[in-house]
Design a protein around this ligand. Structure first.
Ligand code: ACO
Ligand code: ZN
Length: 289
């Protein structure tokens, strides 16, 4: 993700068709110039190849055998799956995914060098195939502890909890790697809202669980390091969230975590809305070293 001048560039694609959806783009994306004057760009919903007409897409569909993203399906629960795609092994797919994503991401350039990234595509299954809902990308090696580079829920699927699910999934991978992680900065406005909401839920869930253990006499109190360890959320983000929720005091050079009834109630209400969760038992994955 680079601060760049594409922010100032005019929106160039009028409309895209992707499977059953017609979607109006939000921002500029560097699709080939000769494609942009057409009223609609037609995408193959499985390999993400772009075409200038439905006729052209029709021809492609007679040859394209994909019914899911390329790469390995590493998670499946009910209709939801995640596929892991290596940006080096599936370069064309990864580039097409970045082009599609850029239509909805303002603050970054499309990096055509997809080699350093893994892409995690979330799909919803029906009898016609595994339909892309959203994705996140992740650097194979990050010195800044980034566990997510870019995040997108396609507009027809937004505000249904999928963004939250994708974020939860990114932290689930970090747990398996045994490290804490944080999203690459800067975040978009919607990205920040989604992360704030997820961090609050994940941390409160952790605190409430620990608190229950405390009642049962297992553990006296929770430290910030405990929270980091259990949630895989990086320390700065944990402290930021605890402060935002008024759950921390600073005393003699130390942060003291203190939960209150009000926060517990708010958390219960928030979690009632949250229907889909990541089920760690459905993840078949081990980190590449
Ligand atoms: N208005 C207000 N709050 C919102 C909105 C919105 N339009 N969208 C999400 N939120 C907040 C809410 O708090 C919501 O929880 P709640 O409504 O249950 O309280 C929480 O975010 C998560 O909502 P989801 O439904 O899980 O998120 P969604 O599937 O809509 O995806 C996402 C969020 C990925 C940010 C989506 O809006 C998107 O793809 N936007 C365009 C691309 C983008 O900005 N990506 C993030 C860039 S930052 C980065 O990549 C590191
Ligand atoms: Zn195709």
């Amino acid at each position: 993700k680079h601060p760049n001048n594409s922010v100032a560039r005019m929106k160039n694609v009028k409309m895209i068709e992707l499977g059953r959806h017609r979607i109006t783009p939000w921002y500029f994306s560097p699709y080939p110039e000769e494609l942009c004057p057409v009223d609609c760009i037609y995408l193959c919903e499985f390999c993400l190849k772009y075409c200038k007409s439905s006729l052209c897409l029709g021809r492609h569909l007679t040859k394209c055998t994909l019914k899911h993203p390329p790469g390995n399906e590493i998670y499946r629960k009910d209709a939801i799956s995640f596929f892991e795609i290596d940006g080096r092994q599936n370069k064309v797919y990864a580039q097409n995914l970045c082009l599609l994503a850029k239509l909805f991401l303002d603050h970054k350039m499309v990096d055509f060098d997809t080699d350093p990234f893994l892409f995690y595509v979330m799909t919803e299954f029906d009898l016609r195939g595994f339909h892309i809902v959203g994705y996140f990308s992740k650097e194979k090696i990050s010195v800044e502890d980034y566990n997510l580079a870019c995040l997108l829920t396609l507009p027809p699927y937004q505000r249904k909890g999928y963004g939250r699910l994708i974020i939860e999934f990114s932290y689930e991978l970090s747990k398996y790697e045994g490290k804490t992680g944080t999203p690459e900065k800067p975040l978009s406005d919607l990205g920040l809202l989604s992360y704030r909401s997820f961090w609050a839920q994940a941390i409160l869930e952790q605190l409430i669980n620990q608190n229950q253990s405390a009642v049962e006499g297992v553990r006296p109190s929770t430290t910030i390091n405990d929270i980091c360890e259990q949630t895989a959320i990086k320390k700065d983000d944990v402290i930021y969230t605890l402060k935002r929720l008024n759950l921390v005091t600073y005393c003699r050079g130390q942060h003291i975590v203190c939960i209150n009834q009000n926060a517990i109630e708010q958390h219960r209400t928030a979690m009632e809305k949250c229907k889909i969760r990541v089920d760690p038992a459905c993840l078949q994955w081990s980190p590449k070293d």
